[in-house]
Design a binder for this molecule. Structure first.
Ligand code: ZN
Length: 228
């Protein structure tokens, strides 16, 4: 099987060819393109509306009450379209203290509800901690799933209103990666690396970015233009 995922993602050929190939759903399947960002045109296409978001979580995680609102406004803000959020009523991810990336990938795949799968399908998996990247509050490993790590939020703040902002910020950051955005060296931007990785840093509610900054908005507008 030919697969572009075997090449380094930032290989020049890959970078030049990928955007073209991504616009052809059949080619995307054929080449098994599943890197973060590989579904960006499908997500941004206006005909794929609403965006379907499935939330799966581990038994000791209680998703925040505002999670649905954050996800809906995140999609509206970036893609100008509605989202339909389905928070599973029972935990779909096996209980563990932490998870390797391979375990995250396997558990996420197994938890996906096949009835919800479509070109505009997004999965959020909420667990305690990443074993491979323990100081991350979030990570993306494939084109359609974002992972959120609750232990990191609790280590960063004991105050629930600050943790709420951390969750919202992390979700929007990981979503940015799934839409093809890279890190930006600007700490007040949602795509700053400090949003998902912390080094003994205590956040104040005032310096947790929750907005897409001008360079990311330009990139998102270009994506919407290219996809439609
Ligand atoms: Zn990142």
């Amino acid at each position: 099987m030919v697969t572009l995922t075997l090449l380094p993602y930032d290989n020049p050929t890959n970078l030049a060819l990928r955007p073209t190939i991504l616009k052809i759903p059949y080619a995307q399947t054929l080449f098994r393109l599943n890197q973060p960002g590989d579904r960006r045109f499908a997500y941004a296409a206006t005909q794929n509306s609403p965006l379907i978001i499935e939330v799966d979580y581990a038994p000791n995680i209680v998703p925040e009450a505002k999670l649905q609102t954050w996800l809906e406004s995140m999609v509206q803000e970036t893609l100008k379209k509605p989202a339909r959020v389905i928070i599973e009523t029972t935990p779909q991810i096996p209980a563990q203290n932490d998870y390797t990336h391979q375990e995250l990938y396997t558990h996420a795949k197994a938890a996906q509800n096949p009835q919800l799968k479509s070109p505009s399908y997004l999965q959020l998996v909420y667990v305690n901690r990443s074993q491979d990247t323990p100081t991350n509050s979030g990570v993306v490993l494939t084109s359609e799933t974002m992972f959120l790590f609750q232990d990191a939020m609790y280590e960063l703040s004991t105050q629930s209103h600050i943790r709420d902002r951390l969750v919202e910020s992390t979700i929007k950051h990981e979503w940015g990666h799934l839409l093809g955005l890279e890190h930006i060296d600007q700490e007040d931007c949602i795509m700053s690396e400090t949003v998902e990785v912390y080094e003994n840093r205590r956040f104040q509610a005032t310096n947790i970015p929750t907005d897409y900054c001008p360079p990311t908005i330009s990139a998102l507008n270009l994506l919407l233009h290219q996809a439609n």
